[in-house]
Design a protein around this ligand. Structure first.
Ligand SMILES: C[C@](O)(CO)[C@H](O)COP(=O)(O)OP(=O)(O)OC[C@H]1O[C@@H](n2ccc(N)nc2=O)[C@H](O)[C@@H]1O
Ligand SMILES: Nc1ncnc2c1ncn2[C@@H]1O[C@H](COP(=O)(O)OP(=O)(O)OP(=O)(O)O)[C@@H](O)[C@H]1O
Length: 287
């Protein structure tokens, strides 16, 4: 049976500044989220079982802990009492890579089921629900490349010129919680006004510390930076190199040592998830 797949794209943090620590223990950040045209896919078989069932197992993540299941259950009180769903996941994105795979899966679940279960929640309400699952969920709910403040939930859309990224995974899993708990993490970068943003006058405040703990990330950055401007995304472990031309990105990809997995993706201003939602709504309006 052919399934109706909903995209669950990756993101990059083109920069990541840590301005301080909030009373909640979370960190106050500034970042530029670039949405990519590459990621996982999810499909939803709606039923009237009033249960949420994820059919695809992720090694190391229990069914009920999976952000997909947690997102669906969070939304369920806003649907009819007998609303149920069987969910299928096509996983492409590495976990713990700093490209937001789990958060994006949660956002796709919220956006798709809001439509399919006819919950009629606004985008603001979905983003707020998403924030309770993780700081990176709101950017995927809103689906627009954006500057971020706060813990990543205060978003200002920032359309960027077309760009291609070579995203490389050094094969180590970096825990976001662990990086943010390291005492030596810099936490006092001054606030940047968006008008003065450039790649060169920004950085990723987690990059040095992650390189110190994970030489694999340091080696990868050392290799990539010879070819193009390169930086770690999120709390790692993935690193991206930036190109204006897709072929150049593919040429560098072809030179990568075999132990590193990678993909080439286009940066987009509107996420494939929001594009899908718009297409689905337009198709149902025509019927
Ligand atoms: C590093 C980024 O990926 C940048 O986009 C995000 O800020 C992380 O977002 P995320 O993976 O959705 O993170 P969460 O699941 O909310 O948080 C994981 C852990 O990271 C720490 N954390 C996260 C985000 C933040 N702004 N400050 C934090 O201190 C907290 O200890 C938290 O328990
Ligand atoms: N559907 C899911 N996909 C991936 N990871 C999930 C999922 N559900 C729960 N998790 C848990 O979330 C953790 C973080 O996964 P994720 O892929 O979001 O990491 P990440 O790319 O580093 O995220 P971020 O950039 O948001 O920090 C995983 O190690 C896993 O234990």
């Amino acid at each position: 049976m052919s399934r109706d797949w909903w995209p669950s794209p990756a993101k990059l943090n083109l920069f990541l500044h840590i301005l301080g620590r909030l009373d909640s223990g979370y960190h106050q950040l500034q970042s530029l989220f670039q949405i990519l045209d590459y990621g996982d896919r999810l499909a939803f078989d709606i039923n009237r079982s009033s249960t949420v069932q994820l059919d695809t197992h992720i090694v190391g993540v229990a069914h009920d802990d999976n952000l997909i299941v947690r997102a669906a259950r969070l939304l369920k009180p806003h649907a009819a009492t007998d609303a149920g769903v069987r969910i299928f996941l096509d996983k492409q994105l590495p976990m713990g890579g700093g490209i937001g795979g789990g958060s994006s899966n949660a956002a796709t679940t919220l956006v798709a089921l809001n439509h399919l279960w006819q919950c009629n929640l606004t985008e603001d309400a979905l983003a707020e629900l998403g924030l309770s699952l993780g700081a990176d969920v709101p950017i995927f709910v809103r689906g627009r490349t954006a500057f971020a403040n706060g813990v990543g939930e205060e978003l200002t859309p920032a359309p960027l010129a077309p760009c291609w990224y070579l995203v490389v995974n050094p094969g180590v899993h970096v825990s976001t919680g662990e990086v943010f708990s390291l005492p030596e993490l810099p936490r006092n970068t001054p606030a940047l006004s968006w008008a003065s943003y450039s790649f060169e006058n920004t950085r990723n405040d987690c990059q040095q510390i992650v390189c110190d703990h994970y030489p694999e990330v340091a080696n990868l950055l050392h290799w990539l930076v010879h070819y193009a401007p390169s930086r770690m995304t999120g709390t790692g472990a993935c690193v991206f190199a930036t190109f204006t031309d897709q072929n150049e990105a593919s040429e560098v990809q072809a030179k990568l040592p075999a132990e590193w997995t990678s993909f080439v993706a286009k940066g987009v201003n509107l996420s494939p998830l929001q594009q899908k939602l718009q297409d689905v709504i337009a198709a149902s309006d025509m019927n």
